[in-house]
Ligand binder design. Structure first.
Ligand SMILES: Nc1ncnc2c1ncn2[C@@H]1O[C@H](COP(=O)(O)OP(=O)(O)OP(=O)(O)O)[C@@H](O)[C@H]1O
Ligand SMILES: [Mg+2]
Length: 274
């Protein structure tokens, strides 16, 4: 199906767990929405869904209902900002069959979602950590991938492993990096350079630096209060950083408008950057 609305899909992923994917997905989506874009944020962490927790909501229905019943995806999405088109599609949590969806199930899910996702300008997927089959399929199907890393050495090794698997097994070679929880821009740059150097040397791919988000106590506080940090502390370091990243992502969509119109929102196809 042709992408009439020029929806851009992006997957937020990481090798190591707990690096900040869900917080960045939520706040990046929020920032894109403030910037005037309609956004669907899909909780694709099918093992331990927790976007709803970050927002303090208890969805009655979720992705499982789309798969196992005739529920319409548009009835399951939850609007989270009044008057602006910013919706979330909640995931089921603790349903092992969904964590390792087989190909038939994935096909079914995507075909049921096609119409819905095409109604937004951005589709943001908050993926589970690591390299299980479902994560890899979701990641290979979006038009843009963002790997979240932190300055910790374990984050670097795990994200290298994730990039390597996607590159070797799924033929993906365009990766965007966000360094989260950096002390400052220098640490963020060093962290990016280390991962980029390894990927250039051993995989022959060059990563794109999308920016960084500083370590900021207001993130933790916003999590406790179940509000996006951009809403809770719009002038904080983390909020400023996420706004910078949102601007870059919006720019990427603008630059690729032509290509986006010709491509489906979620399908395996050559990356935008190629
Ligand atoms: N920039 C930051 N500054 C301070 N704390 C942060 C920052 N980013 C994330 N955190 C902390 O890290 C915790 C984990 O974040 P989050 O749940 O978004 O990670 P995740 O990658 O989605 O985890 P999982 O792999 O379990 O899905 C948050 O509760 C928050 O306290
Ligand atoms: Mg998460």
């Amino acid at each position: 199906m042709i992408n009439a609305n020029k929806t851009m899909s992006l997957a937020i992923m990481s090798g190591k767990g707990g690096v900040g994917k869900t917080n960045l997905s939520l706040n990046l989506s929020y920032a894109l929405n403030i910037g005037g874009n309609s956004v669907l944020l899909m909780d694709c962490d099918l093992g331990l869904a927790n976007l709803d927790v970050l927002l303090g909501i208890s969805p009655e229905n979720n992705m499982q209902d789309i798969l196992l019943s005739d529920a319409k995806p548009s009835d399951i999405v939850i609007p989270i900002e009044e008057g602006r088109k910013f919706d979330i599609l909640p995931a089921a949590s603790g349903v092992p069959e969904l964590v390792e969806m087989d190909e038939d199930m994935q096909e079914m899910l995507f075909s049921k979602l096609t119409k819905l996702v095409g109604r937004y300008q951005f589709l943001v997927l908050d993926l589970g950590a690591g390299i299980n089959g479902t994560v890899l399929s979701f990641a290979a199907m979006t038009q843009m991938r963002i790997v979240v890393i932190t300055p910790e050495p374990t984050s670097l090794t795990d994200s290298y492993a994730l990039i390597k698997v996607l590159h070797s097994n799924h033929n993906v070679s365009d990766f965007n990096i966000i360094v989260n929880q950096a002390a400052n821009s220098k640490e963020a740059k060093d962290t990016f350079d280390r991962l980029n150097m390894a990927c250039e040397k051993f995989l022959n791919i060059r990563l794109k630096n999308m920016g960084f988000v500083r370590y900021d106590p207001s993130v933790t506080e916003a999590v406790r209060r179940q509000i996006p940090f951009l809403k809770f502390a719009p002038k904080s370091d983390a909020s400023r950083d996420i706004l910078n990243i949102a601007v870059k992502i919006q720019k990427t969509r603008m630059e690729n408008m032509g290509k986006l119109g010709e491509k489906p929102v979620m399908k395996k196809f050559p990356a935008l950057a190629d």
